[in-house]
Design a protein. Structure first.
Length: 127
RNA sequence: GAAGUUAGCUGGGCAAUCGCUGUGUUAUUUUUCCGUGUGAAAUCUGACAGAGAGGAAAGUCCGGGCUCCAAAGGGCAGGGUGCCAGGUAACGCCUGGGGGGUGUAAGAACCUACGGCUAGUGCAGCAGAAAGAUACCGCCUCGAUUUUUAUCGGGGUAAGGGUGAAAUGGUGCGGUAAGAGCGCACCGCGUUUACUGGUAACAGUGACGGCAAGGUAAACCCCACCUGGAGCAAGACCAAAUAGAGAAGCUGAGGCGUUGCCCGCGCUGCUUCUGGGUAGGUUGCUUGAGGCGUAUAGCGAUGUGCGUCCUAGAUGAAUGAUUGUCACAACUCAGGUUGUACAGAACCCGGCUUAUAGGCUAACUUCACCU
RNA sequence: UGGGCCGUCGCCAAGCGGUAAGGCAACAGGUUUUGAUCCUGUCAUGCGGAGGUUCGAAUCCUCCCGGCCCAG
């Protein structure tokens, strides 16, 4: 699988977002909160397997547009590199107030921990 | 060379790897249409080529284009601007000039909401006699009482005192009962007037007025000029749906839209109940009052001619990440370590305002040195 | 992205050119055996910030800062 990031691996519609917010598995640390839900079986039949990503970076937590853009880009980059390790889930990532002052490497480390944690969780559920 | 002032430009560079979003070419997957040409259209995934944040993209404070409302029409109301001339698509912007003010070692510079209180109305707490036509103290004079002092009453007076942010031109001389532009000289003042210069604002000179009662228009207002409303979530197209149906009620001088109101104009029956049901996509969307170079007119803003270039177009929202190296800054004996301003397009332009590390250039002023 | 509104004490607020009302809360005192209620007093703490107009700005004007609402 290629490490690409195009439209069909993102959450696009309000319905998809609200489905994640409704009943999520949480994973959070001081920088980010990750919400995850297993994907619908029916929809998976039509498209390819894999996880999908949605971002929710509020103006409250990162006031400047530059910061918001930076956070989103870092999350996408990390997701792109790690998506082959993830199960078929929908993710929503939210920023916390401390995120904007964190360095790029710190955010990457935080994200990797989240990926590992989620991968373990969902494998256990399947078993 | 140093310091200062002003104006303009720039906004880290290069390389490697992995990605993202448009465009073009090409291959491929799937679908649809005509109907069977290896057509047309859409779609998916690759490859290659070339492109991909700003000077403020920001604040949304002005002005325009564009779109709809009648390609906006009349009146009132409302809003805006306010020395003069020019520039511009337009402006509350810019350029040049005038008046006023600030400031420096330097008249280098900088700032300026700068029409009209003699059209009318209003306002000025406290203090003060008085804040708009004024006599508290004081000064002078007349009358009465009185030996005088003094007291009371009538009148004149704004020179002096005191209050205030502000008190009716200033100084001197004359003049007077005391005073007063009452008169004169100088200075100041001016919807007065003549001449000169200037397109004009205005400036200068002379004469005249005797100063006419002040301040405040970012107070109402008056004058002159400008101004229709809403905004790309405008609007257009495609598909679904609001449908259609039934019942009841209301009115035709009605309802809806167009601006706050009145006209005018356009569309049209309206309301409630029953029942049923929802989904978005495409376009607008980037070639423009465009950039660059050059010639030319102009003090300048800017205009004109010629040549040349095509340079983001996202939509849960692309323009990135990592590494190396160079540049700069801070720390450090060195090795090295850390950091690199303000900040992210959303229909597009012209301004203004605010934020901004560092670097570069030019002009002017003063000082120092050399010839 | 566009359009609109608001900042006055810890909270709710009036005032809109002339010394910034009032209520709640807080604090102190009184009443009471104690507490609540009630009474009296205090509240130097405030007009979001910076300029300007004015003799004088919370109020008028300009520019910023912060917050809220509406439009798919």
């Amino acid at each position: 699988m290629r490490a690409c990031f195009s439209k069909h691996v993102r959450l696009l519609k309000p319905d998809e977002f609200s489905r994640v917010f409704k009943n999520p598995v949480r994973s959070s640390d001081r920088y980010l909160t990750v919400l995850a839900v297993a994907r619908d079986e029916v929809k998976i039949e039509n498209s390819d397997f894999g996880s999908r990503l949605g971002l929710a970076i509020s103006k409250k937590n990162a006031k400047r547009a530059v910061d918001r853009n930076r956070i989103k880009r870092l999350i996408r980059e990390s997701f792109r590199q790690n998506q082959q390790n993830l199960p078929a889930i929908d993710l929503v990532i939210m920023a916390k107030p401390g995120t904007k002052s964190a360095k790029n490497q710190q955010i990457f480390q935080s994200l990797e921990q989240h990926w590992n944690k989620l991968a373990k969780n969902f494998k256990n559920q399947d078993v």
